[in-house]
Design a protein around this ligand. Sequence first.
Ligand code: MN
Length: 499
Amino acid sequence: MLYSLPQPNEPKSIDTLITMMKAYVPPTFDLELVRFAYEYAAEAHKGQTRKSGEPYIVHPLAAAHIVASMRIDPTLVIATLLHDVPEDTSVTLDDIEKTFGSEIMHLVQGITKLGKLKYRGVERYIENLRKMFVAMAEDIRVMIIKFADRIHNLQTLDSLPESKRYRVALESLEIYAPIANRLGMGEMKGELEDLAFRYVYPEEFTRVKNIQEKRLSGKEAEFAAIEERVQKELTNAGVKFLEMYGRKKRLYSFYTKMQRKQGETTNIHDLIAFRIIVPSIGDCYAALGVLHKLWKPVKGRIKDYISQPKPNGYKSLHTSVFLEGGDTVEFQIRTPEMHEEAEYGIAAHWHYDEKGAMIPKKELQWVKELAEIQKDLLKQLSDLEQIKVNFLQDRIFVFTPKGDVIDLPEGATPIDFAYHIHSDIGNKCTGATVNDKLVGLESELKNGDVVEIIVDKNRKGPNPDWINMVKTQTARAHIREHQKSRLSNWIKAVLPGKK
Ligand code: MN
């Protein structure tokens, strides 16, 4: 039952995906359909490569492995394999509908719409968020695919240029992780946060990781002894248990906790937790009693989320106890049902449990919660603006009309922007619009501006005066180079006999 997401270094093929799915999909479902979807997507993406140089199909295949690792309905795995097809290839949504039916087409359509939402300044972002909520309200399953897509993109973020890395990571941390949290998808939320953490706050990430490694190193034998002892005591006390394991806590949540506590020394209970899975609620409380008889509980750290679940529905008993050596460790006690809810949240509705049964669809609580999620996120947007100000004091981020982020120094002009895109765009640039308004080429760009360059194909080259209007080295170099070549052409023209 110990669940972990497939890692990028694990070899993946359509066969490993099908093997994974055989373990939970009912035998009445023909898994050859999954193979067919894979071949269909591979054919559509044929010749395309990712920024890393790998064939493009590697990405939807990896995302599909993430979805299947959560034992999710094969319909969603198929839609995940196809999720980038209409966006990036000549195959249309109509083609997908004809081949795979309307349900899969609608899922792919939802994810295609979400893909168009890119960060373009705060106002537009709010606008985009509204669209995201609409897509979520139409079919919440789209978010499961989106999270898997985002997790694989974060796992392979190193192959993107730095400014894009930052944008993707920040979006994941500030927008996607909170949504995953509100949908009760603990595992995906934790994964999104930890993957994004290292790009958004690289120094803090390294610091926290070092603390974790230092505090936990050499403790393996001690942890194994704890497990053995607890299992023995539970058996002696007649408490049934299904499984027990130790699990490192997530780095990002540890980091935010450290910030809240400000410098207080960290204890093991902040870094690792032992999970005990027992058959019933009665067994949960009985197991808690056994632990407290064995070790003294830490005051204020006994939490009964069974009688008082967290707002996102999370249920478990938590306690921290003093070990003989003075360390404190945390235990989390729950039933298999609580465990599945905690890991999968809303996704549990499309997830097969250990017995191969789909959890019956409950009252769709999330519809009621959407308004609340929206409120949370709008608050986070104002924090996002704050982060941007702190991080980018002498850099600005501006956007292409397609939503790509361009990172420029403060005071940069449309000419810098044009040369950043391509030297040809710079050389042939005659004007620019900023946020759909025509502006002079000397005007300073501001954070969040959407910039479009107007080019004149017949233009011979840059105006020498531009040299005083630019801030970037790239633009300066291109303008000088062009002046030099013009000069040498002129010399060649006036010196007879020389070519
Ligand atoms: Mn994708």
